[in-house]
Design a protein around this ligand. Structure first.
Ligand SMILES: NC(=O)c1ccc[n+]([C@@H]2O[C@H](COP(=O)([O-])OP(=O)(O)OC[C@H]3O[C@@H](n4cnc5c(N)ncnc54)[C@H](O)[C@@H]3O)[C@@H](O)[C@H]2O)c1
Length: 336
């Protein structure tokens, strides 16, 4: 049994506590938060779990093997670096850190202390995203032309990060996972309406090699909750709608063909293909359970997590570049 300490039990932390408690190979022993109400609520749900306002009780407890961090982003580095330095394996929520320097340092610490570092890129563990990757890797869509993603809703406004840092890590991690490559440059445009210092609507563009481009639209100011990604290829197109309870993916046999030979402009015409729509079967297991089970496998078998520190760093590089681009009026920023 691996013993787990969780720092942060606000909105997301309880999901980590529940899943680590339900897994056969882990036991949550200690939970830390600054908020008494959250701690007493956790105690009510899980009477055997100890609670504390002092996170150091987790870091300094020699019996704890895993520290899970679900606090605001600016605190991630502090908790994770102290935990790794104390010989703990660390599961840290997305986005991994508030800067590239911090992310690189966590990777260095995990290597130095031979402990696992994994980031909560939850969507890489969903059946839907894994099915999309299977379809892309099988070449069913042909060459990928572009990906466009929307993550929009009303709120929750964050105090310390803008809407790209809050919402886009999921889309970025999905896109990098699907494509298996990193962008060469990033640009971002956004504006602030509620808090003048923090962008609440923004669009991030990522330019990859081979003329491949990806857009991520994010908003805390939208009437609808939208979680949609479209992947357009030379042969077929695929739409992933995460808000749908089932039938999350549709593969459209749609496309455009340019005539190979034409002598005059009058002969030139595109041909549009409108074929079948296929809805692949997706299994409904909870992604967080799959994700945490994978983390435990990696600890016990000394394997590299799929969303390891380097995976977290790749996302942070893009987020940091997006901030630079926002500050410089949408100028493309190299991520190489
Ligand atoms: N994987 C996902 O799908 C997913 C979803 C939501 C949030 N998250 C991530 O989880 C993290 C937390 O987000 P949230 O929405 O739960 O935030 P939240 O504000 O609801 O909760 C954070 C908690 O951390 C506590 N905290 C802050 N400083 C602390 C300290 N020094 N010691 C102990 N506790 C402290 C706060 O009291 C609060 O209860 C963020 O990184 C967020 O991006 C991930």
């Amino acid at each position: 049994m691996l013993k787990v300490g969780v720092i942060g039990c606000g909105y997301w932390g309880p999901n980590l506590i529940r899943n680590f408690s339900q897994l056969r190979r882990t036991d949550v022993t200690l939970v830390a938060d600054l908020d008494d109400d959250r701690l007493s609520h956790m105690k009510k749900l899980y009477p055997t779990i100890e609670t504390t306002k002092d996170y150091r009780k987790i870091i300094e407890n020699p019996e704890i093997d895993i520290v899970a961090v679900a606090t605001p982003v600016h605190t991630h580095y502090k908790f994770a670096s102290e935990a790794l330095s104390s010989g703990k394996n660390v599961f840290i929520e997305k986005p991994m850190t508030a800067s590239v320097n911090e992310a690189e340092d966590l990777i260095r610490l995990s290597e130095k202390h031979h402990r696992k570092l994994m980031v909560g890129h939850t969507f890489e563990y969903t059946s839907a995203v894994r099915k999309m990757k299977e379809i892309i890797d099988a070449g069913e869509l042909g060459d990928i032309y572009y990906i466009s993603s929307q993550r929009l809703n009303l709120g929750l406004f964050q105090q310390d990060i803008n809407v790209i840092w809050d919402l886009a890590p999921h889309d970025i991690s999905i896109i990098l996972y699907l494509l298996g490559q990193e962008p060469v440059s990033v640009s971002a445009i956004g504006s602030s309406h509620i808090n003048p210092l923090i962008e609440d609507v923004a669009v991030l563009s990522m330019q990859f090699s081979n003329n491949l481009i990806a857009f991520v639209q994010t908003s805390w100011l939208d009437p609808d909750k939208i979680r949609k990604m479209t992947v357009v290829g030379s042969k077929k197109m695929m739409v992933y709608d995460d808000v749908q309870p089932s039938e999350k993916i549709r593969v459209y046999d749609k496309g455009v063909d340019v005539p190979r030979h034409y002598d005059t402009f009058a002969e030139f015409h595109y041909s549009y293909k409108y074929g079948d729509i296929v809805i692949p079967k997706i299994d409904g297991s909870e992604p967080l359970q799959t994700e945490l089970d994978h983390f435990i496998d990696c600890i016990l078998n000394d394997e590299k997590p799929i969303s390891d520190g380097n995976s977290g760093l790749r996302v942070i590089k893009i987020l940091e570049a997006s901030q630079k681009s926002l500050n410089e009026g949408n100028k493309p920023v190299s991520t190489g």
